[in-house]
Write a protein that binds this ligand. Structure first.
Ligand code: UD1
Ligand code: UDP
Length: 374
């Protein structure tokens, strides 16, 4: 039998981490010829994440440039993936999540009538501007995809409400839990940058959302400095995103706290998972971190006004604190000062984003889909 050709497309760090278990799973199937295409929307951060899982892209479009605009990324990915598909006929492309790579690569597939599978389909904040432009990217991708891998029942319901046929939707759990379990199985040593923090209470912080650039991000940093002024026993670990728009503001705003802030470059996934596990709580506007925190049973103060991952909030580990300085400060102090509040958050023991079998379920659904397609 002729091997089916599948191309897995990734552009940014979270796509790499969450697609890695799918790529690994599909590569074991001798009925498939699997290509990993990196658009290169991210460079070092993408390579670092793929490297954690021993994956080297077969094709790299190398599109990233400094201060890249949404127009630039979208049009470069559309052209680059389009050209690849013109030169290499595929039975299916797989895209992940909600980035510009996700949407533009899907559009390139759609223009050529190539079947599209969307991993992490159906997440909705129900506000096209939050997160921006991710909500639009995922809605538009789901409009033109053929196969939908919804992490949760709620995500599947969103798709059904939008008129997607039930037979095209598969509830799989989130592949990030597969990736997380893979990392947790490995031997993890304390990373160098955490060796000398003594008894200090570790708080892990990440921020990069486009809608927070500028004054909002400065306010978030002010909340961090407020916490340090109130509690000298805390230490913030801040792995800086590579985007200068983000890293320069954070570094400048918190430069006066050398004993309470550790800045690092983006961490490899093992070290980041270690840091999440070791922290008292996490302060973040990241999507993936909300899912990981729930699996690690770690509180995460979500610096957004709404979340497309309501399961993290229902679960209890996700606390939606918004982006306002006073509220972030109050909630952070509450967790630090009231241990009983923390215990209440941590008493639940359910897994809202699955149990690490998402990629296996995706594999199974793809096998059946491509059989029917014959
Ligand atoms: C992108 C995604 C966002 C995702 C995030 C994950 C879009 C519109 N945004 O946002 O959904 O949550 O990735 O981190 O798709 N840079 C580097 N090296 C890297 C990566 C980035 O130098 O490895 C710098 C470059 O100057 C680049 C800038 O960061 O121009 C912005 O990168 P971009 O992918 O456009 O936006 P992100 O904010 O990273
Ligand atoms: N992450 C990482 N190293 C870091 C920061 C984050 O490996 O220094 C991982 C994190 O565990 C999660 C993913 O990157 O799996 C989230 O990426 P990001 O916050 O950039 O994007 P989002 O999830 O918000 O789209």
């Amino acid at each position: 039998m002729k091997k089916k050709k599948i191309t897995c497309i990734v552009g940014t760090r979270p796509e790499a981490i969450k697609m890695a278990p799918v790529i690994q799973e599909l590569r074991l199937d001798e009925n498939f010829h699997v290509t990993t295409l990196a658009t290169g929307q991210h460079t070092d951060m993408l390579a670092q994440a793929l490297d954690d899982f021993g994956i080297k892209p077969d094709v790299d479009l190398h599109i990233m440039k400094s201060k890249q605009s949404l127009d630039y990324v979208t049009s470069s990915v559309l052209q680059g993936v389009g050209q690849f598909l013109d030169e290499h006929e595929q039975d299916l492309i797989l895209v992940h999540g909600d980035t510009s790579t996700t949407f533009a690569a899907s559009l390139a597939g759609f223009y050529r009538h190539v079947k599209i599978g969307h991993v992490e389909a159906g997440l909705r904040s129900h506000n096209l501007n939050l997160p921006f432009p991710e909500e639009a990217n995922r809605v538009l991708t789901d409009r033109i995809a053929d196969l939908f891998f919804a992490p949760t029942k709620g995500d599947a319901e969103n798709l059904l409400r939008e008129g997607i046929g039930r037979e095209k939707i598969f509830i799989t759990g989130n592949t990030v839990i597969d990736a997380l379990y893979d990392i947790l199985k490995r031997k993890n040593e304390t990373p160098e940058f955490l060796r000398n923090i003594d008894e200090k209470k570790l708080i892990l912080m990440t921020a990069h959302r486009r809608e927070s650039w500028g004054e909002t991000l400065k306010g978030i940093c002010s909340a961090v400095s407020d916490v340090i002024h109130s509690r000298s026993d805390v230490i913030f670990l801040i792995p800086l995103h590579k985007n200068p728009v983000v890293r320069d503001v954070i570094r400048e705003s918190l430069k006066d706290f050398p004993y309470n802030v550790i800045f690092t470059e983006p961490l490899n996934y093992s070290d980041f998972v270690y840091a999440m596990s070791r922290s008292v709580f996490i302060l973040s506007d990241s999507g993936g971190v909300q899912e990981e925190a729930s699996a690690l049973n770690k509180p995460v103060l979500i610096m957004r006004t709404l979340s497309e991952r309501p399961e993290a909030i229902t679960h209890g580990t996700g606390l939606l604190v918004g982006t306002e300085r006073g509220k972030i400060f109050t909630e952070a102090l509450r967790i630090l000062n009231e241990p009983e509040y923390l215990n209440k958050i941590l008493e639940k023991n359910i897994m809202p984003f699955g149990n690490g079998t998402a990629s296996r379920k995706i594999h199974e659904a793809i096998t059946n889909f491509l059989k029917e397609d014959d």
